[in-house]
Write a protein that binds this ligand. Structure first.
Ligand code: ATP
Ligand code: MG
Length: 420
């Protein structure tokens, strides 16, 4: 029997996993500088949490969730996104009572969506996201957006653009909703069944439909921009003002509708503009979700956040032909010849590692030449050769692989010599 990795998932192999670690380090250091603290929530939650927050009419809830009954007959779902769980935890742990508001959190971890597999679209993928909950200051919107842009910049990306929209507050959205219903109702028969269902429940979702994208009524649909009330417009202006101050360029797109139900006011996406990128160019999506905490039984706590997948970040790097050149190399490779040397080498190896030096030795009982080849492949900076003579005289041969110089060094001086 042949076993394969499940469709839509992938093994992150050693040749690539170090890049993931790089991204994770960037994420951690940027969040640290912006004073966002990590939160880790379970990989599964009650199904109802996602139904209520993400929304019954969204693709995620209707088609993409991994839902199962546990042995206690409860409906559970592998998390398809991070915000619902973070806000659940915010409410459950009464973080609204923390002295310092807003509460600024970030997470990285696997998300699960039953999707058709294609480049940049997986069934298990890793999202990094942040949530700032407890403030509706437009400056925090700009901060969150700036943080996302900074992560991409630190990864070396330059071909990215920020798309910005405002979905307005409840009142604005209601007025727009009525206009949308009036617009689509006469021709709703020409749309997919999903859209027909969305018409009454959440007509805004029609604009985000991937099936009816090209229908002429899409282009002529009433724009949210025309339905923003005064306070929503004023809020949007302030967000843009703060982005200007931060020196962040954006493109206004009144048709940007995010895939989840809970967004209001600020909505944004960051896209790759690199020619090398495939059909899916969205790297990151986010927005404001005032009212979400109340939706799940908490107090009023306005929030804003985003999520990006590491998979698409790495794809964007490939598309821009950006890569980290300094693949981690070995500090020391120990070549040992013979049983006694091996034993001594093993002892030395422990000392080298304790001193923090990335070190390796041969475990395949190979000839000198093969061991030297390994050292080369692993890009060892130093090679230590130990044979019978060396063991008897308590010395090693130390070769600097950068300049080719070889010295005889007493074993007791080895660490000092290497740390120079
Ligand atoms: P799309 O329109 O591409 O389906 P989405 O609206 O479903 O995206 P969000 O729920 O906003 O995506 O998720 C935020 C980010 O997570 C996306 O911008 C993308 O980078 C990433 N993402 C979403 N789904 C996947 C997936 N199946 N595989 C890899 N990354 C994904
Ligand atoms: Mg999607």
């Amino acid at each position: 029997m042949n076993f394969k990795v499940p469709r839509g998932t992938q093994d992150i192999l050693p040749a690539v996993s170090w890049k993931w670690q790089r991204v994770e380090k960037i994420v951690q250091s940027v969040c640290d500088v912006y004073n966002y603290k990590e939160i880790r929530t379970p990989i599964f939650e009650q199904t109802e949490l996602f139904q209520r927050t993400v929304g019954d009419t969204t693709d995620i809830v209707q088609k993409e969730m991994y839902t199962f009954k546990d042995r206690g007959d409860r409906s559970m779902t592998l998390r398809p996104e991070g915000t619902a769980a973070v806000v659940r935890s915010f409410v459950e742990n009464k973080m609204f009572g923390y002295a310092d508001q807003p509460v600024k959190l970030y997470y990285t971890g696997p998300m699960f969506r039953y999707e058709r597999q294609q480049a940049g679209r997986y069934r298990q993928f890793v999202q990094f996201g942040v949530e700032a909950i407890g403030s509706d200051d437009p400056a925090i919107d700009a901060e969150v957006i700036e943080l996302a842009m900074t992560v991409y910049k630190r990864a070396g990306l330059s071909d990215i653009k920020l798309i910005l929209n405002s979905l307005g507050d409840k009142e604005s959205r209601h007025a727009h909703r009525e206009a949308l219903i009036a617009h689509f109702t006469p021709h709703i028969g020409e749309f997919c069944t999903d859209c027909q269902n969305r018409l009454e429940k959440n007509p805004l979702r029609i604009l985000d439909c991937k099936v009816d994208r090209e229908h002429p009524l899409m282009k002529s649909a009433p724009s949210l921009a025309d339905y923003l009330n005064e306070s929503s417009s004023a809020y949007f202006e302030k967000v843009k003002h703060y982005l200007d101050i931060a020196g962040i360029e954006y493109e206004y797109d009144p048709n940007l509708v995010r895939g989840l139900d809970y967004y209001n006011h600020t909505a944004f996406e960051i896209m790759s503009t690199s020619k090398g990128f495939g059909a899916i160019t969205t790297l990151c999506g986010g927005g404001r979700y005032n009212g979400l905490a109340e939706e799940i039984g908490g107090p009023s706590a306005p929030g804003i956040g985003f999520a990006m997948s590491i998979e698409r970040l790495l794809l964007a790097m490939e598309a821009e032909e950006k890569s980290w050149t300094d693949e981690p190399s070995l500090d020391v490779y120990l070549v040992t010849l013979g049983e006694a040397a091996r034993t001594k080498g093993f002892e030395l190896l422990g000392q080298l590692r304790e001193a923090g030096l990335r070190s390796e030795m041969d475990y395949m009982d190979r000839k000198m030449k093969a061991q030297m080849k390994s050292a080369d492949r692993l890009q060892a900076n130093y090679v230590i050769v130990i044979g019978e003579d060396e063991v008897n005289n308590n010395i090693v041969q130390l070769k600097n692989m950068t300049d080719g110089q070889q010295n005889q060094v007493a074993m007791e001086n080895l660490l000092d010599e290497l740390q120079k």
